[in-house]
Write a new protein. Structure first.
Length: 79
């Protein structure tokens, strides 16, 4: 188990997080007093899907959804 001061933790947090992901545990010291412990969590964080990956079913619409409106329908809309 490694130790690091508060200053070292603030300065090298990204590097320390990589070590923690690799299984390391780091104890944070305030001077010489241990105040916190950084360890990996049991479940991995959710990852974002790759670009272009479908995450839901495609949108479906009626066959006539994009047909022009009739004159009567246009009048109903006030056009």
């Amino acid at each position: 188990m490694k130790t690091a001061t508060i200053h070292q933790t603030k300065t090298h947090l990204s590097r320390m997080l990589k070590e923690i992901q690799g299984g390391e545990t780091i104890v944070i010291l305030n001077g010489t007093t241990p105040v916190a412990k950084l360890t990996a969590i049991d479940t991995p964080a959710l990852s974002r899907p790759n670009v272009g990956t479908r995450t839901s079913a495609p949108v479906q619409y009626a066959v006539d959804a994009f047909q022009p409106l009739t004159d009567d329908q246009l009048k109903d809309w006030g056009l």
